[in-house]
Write a protein that binds this ligand. Structure first.
Ligand code: COA
Length: 378
């Protein structure tokens, strides 16, 4: 048996492989840029809102005033999860990782949809986007404090709703804006591992919720979305710039990975990092936790000097989330909240020019072995 040319070559981790066309997002590895549907991440973070960005990703164009208002109203209509979902959430045990709770919660939420296979993914994504914060925070308060929180909020944005449900009071405009910017930065990032998982599932003509649940599973890992939680643990464990320098040098000496650094696509800098770093500094100063920012900054300096590696979005996002009073275990679930916008856009785009995703493997096992009958095996 001979192997075909393709079977004779392997691209470990699909690194450098272009796996399909997309007009949703452009990661500029050469000039460290990031565009959503052609708009720069800097402009979007400075002037738009997460709602505007999720509409942009799904429609390919920025909404006009009327369209945005209609979209926000539709989002507000679906705010409270159904009694059936609440009942399921109450049964998910306290020890459960919040990402696993989301895996179950989203799956059950999908069961409540009458005909998801024939419903526009735009409509499904609207419903899911506004349900995620109530889903997470109802479960969180119920399991942590045995409290059945009220789910009606005064906030009119997804970021504001998350913070209001978490803290039981409306957030300050600065806090709401900081989370909104983080959601914008996390919303989309072309064929990353979780989005590619979503597209692979979509390519089999499977349903929207199966694809999103698959995305959650891929995002949970520490090499992907889970990195922000590990980055926070490291910054807190270091506690001061000098201790950070010592700890990082020791860890590098032991060939350990420093979470929140490096990237598969960007090799000279993550364009999202300077944006979120500014917010990390601002919030750390405002909340009297400047030492955390200074510690993080020293880690950045050591990583640059020792490994020529730069922080990715997850690193300074960890400081931002911490200063917003968000428990570390909820950092990756926030990533789900934001990336649901991008996943939904990719699910929809995959179906517009679908081709089953089914690559080849580079076979490295034995061939042509004579079969050994069971009684003759040792
Ligand atoms: N800490 C320490 N060393 C790192 C590193 C990190 N965060 N990221 C990469 N490196 C090292 C690798 O060990 C490797 O060293 P080697 O050549 O001596 O073996 C080299 O840099 C190249 O890295 P590589 O693993 O080939 O990069 P990749 O493209 O396969 O991986 C990541 C990219 C993101 C998976 C990787 O940088 C990583 O694990 N980062 C930490 C997790 C993280 O922050 N994930 C969120 C990504 S947005």
């Amino acid at each position: 048996m001979t192997l075909t040319k393709q079977q004779d070559e392997a691209h470990a981790g699909l690194a450098g492989v272009i796996a399909g066309d997309s007009s949703i997002c452009l990661c500029g590895a050469e000039d460290e840029s990031l565009l959503y549907c052609g708009y720069s991440i800097e402009d979007l973070a400075a002037s738009s809102s997460f709602e505007e960005v999720s509409w942009l990703l799904l429609h390919g164009e920025l909404p006009n005033k009327k369209e945005l208002e209609k979209y926000k109203n539709a989002l507000n209509q679906h705010k409270s999860p159904s009694a059936a979902l609440i009942k399921v959430l109450e049964q998910i045990p306290e020890h459960t990782n919040p990402m696993d709770m989301l895996r179950t919660g989203i799956s059950f939420f999908g069961n409540l949809e009458k005909d998801p296979e024939h419903t526009d993914p735009k409509e499904l994504s609207e419903k899911l986007l506004v349900t995620l914060s109530p889903m997470m925070l109802y479960w969180w308060h119920f399991q942590q404090n045995k409290a059945r929180i009220k789910l009606n909020v005064s906030a009119h944005s997804i970021a504001g709703t998350f913070l209001e449900l978490l803290h039981g009071k409306p957030p300050s405009p600065m806090h709401s804006q900081a989370l909104d910017v983080a959601l914008i930065l996390y919303a989309e990032h072309e064929f990353n591992a979780s989005t590619f998982t979503v597209r692979t599932i979509a390519s089999t003509l499977s349903d929207y919720f199966s694809a999103i649940v698959g995305g959650v599973g891929a995002l949970r890992g520490s090499l992907h979305g889970g990195a922000n939680e590990w980055a926070m643990k490291l910054i807190e464990q270091c506690g001061s710039p000098d201790k950070a320098e010592k700890t990082i040098l020791e860890m590098l000496g032991q060939k350990k990975l420093i979470m929140g650094f490096g990237h598969r696509v960007y090799k000279r800098g993550d364009p999202r990092s300077p944006i979120i770093k500014k917010w990390a500094k601002k919030l750390a100063e405002a909340s009297g936790e400047s030492h955390l920012f200074e510690t993080a900054e020293r880690i950045e300096q050591v990583m640059l000097k020792e490994k020529k590696l730069f922080p990715n979005l997850d690193f300074y996002s960890a400081v931002v989330f911490h200063c917003l009073g968000i428990p570390t275990d909820l950092f990756t679930p926030i990533f789900v909240l934001a990336r649901t916008a991008g996943w939904s856009a990719h699910y929809q785009e995959q179906h517009t020019h679908n081709k089953l995703i089914r690559p080849l493997s580079h076979y490295i096992g034995p061939t042509h072995r004579p079969y050994i009958p069971l009684e003759k095996r040792s």
